[in-house]
Write a new protein. Structure first.
Length: 131
């Protein structure tokens, strides 16, 4: 029994380390995109884009703005990274709980993931025009 407890404790430590790395990487990546976007705003003297101007009509528009070093593309990318960081943590948790065969928490975490997914879809489909 002591061996199983040590093994479980080691797995939990591994999972916590992975989650910590994911969250830190997401935080630093988000900060990089926001800071780089703000540097572009101040270097080019362009105003910070309004919320209604931050949407892209296609992936092509987004990548064109990104490769042309438009500030709004980097600010948008920072926001996407900020959103995806905790989402990736939830996905890792689903796999970790499944690996431990803790199906109650697999179910709960899957429900949390589905709520996040539905929120993103509803927010994307039913955009409210702001000013």
């Amino acid at each position: 029994m002591a061996i199983d407890e040590k093994h479980l404790e080691a797995e939990i430590q591994d999972i916590n380390k992975i989650v910590s790395i994911i969250l830190a990487t997401g935080m630093y990546t988000t900060m990089f995109f926001y800071i780089f976007g703000l540097i572009l705003v101040f270097a080019r003297g362009t105003p910070i884009p309004r919320l209604s101007q931050q949407y892209f009509h296609s992936f092509g528009d987004f990548f064109a703005a990104l490769f042309s070093l438009h500030a709004r593309a980097f600010l948008y990318l920072g926001t996407i990274t900020l959103i995806l960081t905790p989402v990736s943590r939830v996905i890792i948790s689903i796999f970790a709980f499944r690996r431990e065969k803790d199906y109650k928490y697999v179910g709960v975490t899957t429900i949390v993931f589905l709520i996040i997914l539905v929120s993103v879809i509803v927010g994307s489909v039913f955009k409210i025009s702001v000013g």
